[in-house]
Ligand binder design. Structure first.
Ligand code: ZN
Length: 137
């Protein structure tokens, strides 16, 4: 066995039963890098210590053997992250299509509806709650 294979085998043995880097740990590492860059740019030692704490927490998560808890943390993070990123994507889409579509909310359930611009006043039936109302576009 070469030295590299030995190192690899040892590492695999060490990481057995640990979660390793999941999405939350990687996000924490990125936050840590950003914080340490900001601490250098603005010469704020508190940001440096904060970034160190974030690195340590990320490492702790990667090496933790409490897989259930780490899995739940990661699932919560992914849920929040996907919610935020899809909200951002939707608002970017609305901005892109503002010239073609008029966007408004259903007065009953507040779900978002769009109409092609220039159709005049039409009766709209909400796809979610089936409430019908007049709308100009
Ligand atoms: Zn509705």
């Amino acid at each position: 066995m070469s030295i590299l294979q030995k190192i690899r085998a040892g590492l695999q043995k060490f990481m057995a039963g640990r979660r390793g880097a999941d999405e939350l740990s990687m996000a924490l590492l990125i936050v840590g890098v950003v914080l340490s860059m900001l601490s250098t740019i603005f010469r704020l030692p508190v940001l440096y210590w904060l970034s160190l704490a974030v690195y340590i927490f990320s490492l702790y998560r990667m090496l933790s053997r409490n897989l259930e808890k780490r899995y739940a943390e990661n699932a919560t993070f992914l849920k929040l992250w996907r919610g935020k990123s899809s909200a951002v994507r939707q608002s970017v889409n609305r901005m892109k299509n503002m010239k073609q579509y008029k966007y408004f909310k259903c007065p009953e359930c507040k779900s978002r509806i769009r109409l092609p611009r220039g159709v005049g006043e039409v009766t709209v039936t909400c796809g979610k709650c089936h409430h019908a109302f007049k709308q100009k576009a």
